[in-house]
Structures are given as structure tokens and as C-alpha cells.
Design a protein around this ligand. Structure first.
Ligand SMILES: [Zn+2]
Length: 452
């Protein structure tokens, strides 16, 4: 029996998101306090007791708690208030106008992630209004600064006010979008994130005149060998639990993907199998490849100042993405191992930023509730864990021992590729239908997880 959508909240949730989009929280500078206060105001009217906490002037987050009896672990509904910039000339509507048209709410943050903030707010409000007896605390936190690393938001709160924000279970962004396949939609739950190692390499040489190449030791030439080695490196294939389960779920949903089961049997065959599948499904293969191994992408190069001078220095930055289980130390060692034939003494390595990878198990009561409830709303659908190649605030919570899932339910009323492009892109929007769908699912998931 399909579950019922909460049609009655349609207008309320739509206006709430439109209002929130109109509060410009472009980061930098963020100025999230305005949005945090807006949410606090709404919650106070509902009889809730929100608290706005600033990490520094203007960088506010809002935390609200619905007390439970303590029979069950706590659950945190997490979201971020800041958004990335938008240049109005590229958009067909004002990105900060909160425009409602053609059945959609348009604007920066509609998907990433004020839409989810709104859905989480509605869930809190409804639980309060309906006097639902909770067995564990439900916390909602809408935080500053996610888009720039979370230092002034989630990480600050976890470090300074863990008693206010920490929960054993966390629901956040990163999944929830359905992948349409031949037979059914597969809803995604983000259970894993790759880690980041931004590695700066400095190559030294001896300067000389550009007219006499042999008279000098050209740092650009040295760096080009490093780039060649790193950029073409195909690291060992490693299938983490999230990816194993992902393969099983998508094979289940689409018989044309049966060949992927050979990757599970023998990961070393991955490239061969993906090359073949890529001829018909390059969209899917493009998504799989970076999720089965560490990658290293050259992203910045600087060297030389004058046309006729052979430079003695060249710098490059590599964006390395590690899988759960891999560390930055191991990764650096692996990279340096590729350069055995290069003069290592003329190269310097510096880790300019490290974010550890993270993964949560799917073998939990919360994952089972997400999976069950989603299937009640769309009986024929599939549910799969996914890994993100980028990071979210979930990594801070996983580090503290929380089980975190990214789940912002979104049925595919626009093509998958188009939805993915809108985040940080132009004409970002969410359908009113999806706001209702998302609220209905989240409300049911939270209610069932915390009250039964
Ligand atoms: Zn986001």
C-alpha cells in the first residue's frame, strides 16, 4: 500500500523555501546569521526553542532540539545555510528572487541545500504539531560555511558545542537523488565520501638562457615528468563496502549491467569491463571509475617568468582523492614511488590540505528504515548506498563516531544529468512536487526511526 503524500503542507513548504532563498548567503562571505535567525523565528512561533550560535560575526548556525525519552539514540537533521555564488546574467530568473513558477521554486540553494533545510524544518514542525512521542532526541542544525570547508559551521559546533549538536545518527545532503534505470528508479543514500589530499610539488633546477637548452636544468621539464606519472597513474582498484553493495543494487535493477558482476568477482578486470561498458553507457562508467580507486589530477601549474629564461623552479598542485581506508601518508608514499627514476632530491612535496575519507555501514536500523519507507512511497523502486567523490560536513560527524547518511529524497522529475548540473550551476530549482515528496518521506522516516 503506497504511503500518502502530505499534500496539505504544499503551500507552507514552498513559501518557506522561497523566503530562505531570498536571504543571500553566498559564501564567501556567508552571512548565514540572517538565515539562521529566520529559521529560529519560525521555530519559536511553533513553540520550539532554537538557538542561534555564531562562530564569528555574521557566521551563524541554528540548532533546535525536540526531546525524546532516551530509549533510542539521538538523530540529527543536518543541513548547511551557505550557498555558492551565482551570476545573475547567466540565469533565466533572479537567483536570489525566490521565484515560484512552472511548479518549481527557483534559486541558488534550491537543491544545494536550502531545499533540504526546508524539508527538515517542516519535519520538525510537523512532529511538534502532531505531538509525536519520540524515544530519542531529534536535533536539527542548519549550519554556516559548508561550501568553504565547514570551519565556521559544523566543525566549529562539533568542537565547541558537541553537547548541542552531536548525535549517533545523522541525516545530511549527498544522496537521495534517484538514478533512473531501465526497470526502476534507484534512490541513493550517501554512505561514503572520498578524502582529499591536495599535494603541492615543487621542482628545482638550474636557470639558464632559453637559447641554450643544454646549458641549464629546466624545472619545467622535470615537472612535466611528474605530471606525466601522476596524471596517468591508475592506482590499485579497491572495492569498499559501499561500492560492492552499489554494484549489486544496480545490477539488480538493470539486467544490461550484468557484466558489472565480474568486477565484484575480480576487481583487477575493472578497467577492461568498464572500457567495454563505456561504449554504450559512458555516463555511468564516468561515475564509477573515480569511485574504485585513488585518483590524482593535476589542477595548477606555475613556472617561468620570462620568455627567454629557463626557470629554476616550477610548482604544480595535484588534487588527490582517497578511498575510505586510505590515508594521506600512504597516498603520498605511493605517489613518490612512481618517481623512482626522477631526481627526488630536486622535488619537494607539501600536503596543502587533507580531509580524511569516511564511510558508514548500511547495516543499521536507520538505513533499513530509509529503505523501507522509500519503497512504501514508490513500491517498485530500488535503494542503493553511494559514495561521493567530493566531501560534505558528514565527514566531521563520522570522525566522531556518528553514522551519517546523505538522503535528500528527490524523484526524477528532471533528467538526472540536468539535476546534477544545477547544483553550483545555473537555473537551480526544485519542483514543488519534490518538496512535498521529500517532506513526506523524511517525516515518515524520522517518525518511524524515533518513535517505534
Ligand atoms: Zn551542499
Amino acid at each position: 500500500m503506497p504511503a500518502d503524500l502530505l499534500k496539505e503542507i504544499e503551500e507552507e513548504v514552498t513559501l518557506l523555501l522561497s523566503d530562505l532563498i531570498r536571504i543571500d548567503t553566498t559564501n564567501p562571505p556567508g552571512n548565514e546569521t540572517k538565515a539562521a535567525k529566520f529559521i529560529a523565528e519560525h521555530f519559536r512561533k511553533e513553540g520550539l526553542e532554537p538557538e542561534v550560535i555564531e562562530s564569528t560575526k555574521g557566521r551563524g548556525s541554528v540548532i533546535t532540539r525536540l526531546k525524546g525519552t532516551g530509549e533510542k539514540p539521538n538523530l540529527l537533521l543536518l543541513s548547511h545555510l551557505d550557498v555558492v555564488g551565482a551570476s545573475p546574467t547567466e540565469w533565466s530568473v533572479d537567483p536570489f528572487g525566490g521565484v515560484i513558477k512552472d511548479g518549481f521554486v527557483w534559486g541558488r540553494g534550491a537543491l544545494d541545500m536550502k531545499g533540504m533545510t526546508t524539508i527538515e524544518m517542516m519535519t520538525m514542525k510537523l512532529l511538534k504539531r502532531n505531538n509525536v512521542r519520540l524515544k530519542g532526541d531529534l536535533i536539527m542544525a542548519a549550519t554556516a560555511d559548508e561550501e568553504k570547508g565547514g570551519v565556521f559551521g559544523a566543525n566549529f559546533l562539533l568542537q565547541k558545542h558537541p553537547e548541542k549538536i552531536y548525535a549517533k545518527y545523522v541525516l545530511n545532503e549527498g544522496g537521495g537523488m534517484a538514478i533512473p534505470t531501465k526497470e526502476k528508479n534507484i534512490y541513493t543514500v550517501q554512505t561514503s565520501e572520498k578524502g582529499i589530499l591536495w599535494l603541492k610539488v615543487r621542482a628545482k633546477g638550474t636557470p639558464g638562457h632559453g637559447s641554450k637548452p643544454d646549458s641549464a636544468d629546466n624545472a619545467i621539464m622535470r615537472m612535466s615528468r611528474v605530471i606525466e606519472k601522476f596524471g596517468n597513474h591508475r592506482a590499485e582498484v579497491l572495492l569498499v563496502p559501499t561500492m560492492k553493495r552499489f554494484f549489486r543494487e544496480i545490477i539488480n535493477a538493470d539486467s544490461n549491467l550484468e557484466q558489472l558482476s565480474r568486477i565484484l568477482d575480480d576487481p583487477e578486470l575493472s578497467d577492461q569491463i568498464l572500457d567495454k561498458l563505456g561504449k554504450t553507457r559512458d555516463d555511468l562508467v564516468e561515475e564509477i571509475r573515480p569511485r574504485i580507486r585513488m585518483t590524482a589530477t593535476p589542477t595548477i601549474i606555475q613556472g617561468g617568468v620570462e620568455e627567454n629564461v629557463i626557470p629554476s623552479e616550477c610548482e604544480a598542485v595535484f588534487d588527490c582523492r582517497m578511498l575510505p581506508g586510505q590515508t594521506s601518508g600512504q597516498t603520498l608514499k605511493e605517489m613518490m614511488g612512481l618517481l623512482e627514476e626522477t631526481d627526488l632530491e630536486k622535488l619537494k612535496f607539501e600536503k596543502i590540505q587533507v580531509q580524511e575519507p569516511s564511510e558508514s555501514s548500511v547495516d543499521t536500523p536507520l538505513y533499513r528504515v530509509i529503505s523501507t519507507v522509500t519503497r512504501e512511497f514508490e513500491p517498485s523502486c530500488g535503494v542503493t548506498p553511494i559514495m561521493m567523490t567530493g566531501g560534505t560536513d558528514s565527514r566531521f560527524f563520522r570522525k566522531m563516531g556518528s553514522t551519517c547518511y546523505g538522503f535528500r529524497p528527490l524523484c526524477p522529475d528532471l533528467p538526472y544529468g540536468e539535476l546534477a548540473k544545477m547544483m553550483h550551476g545555473v537555473d537551480e530549482r526544485i519542483s514543488i512536487q519534490n518538496l512535498v515528496f521529500g517532506t513526506s518521506l523524511l517525516y515518515e522516516i524520522v517518525k518511524r526511526f524515533l518513535s517505534q
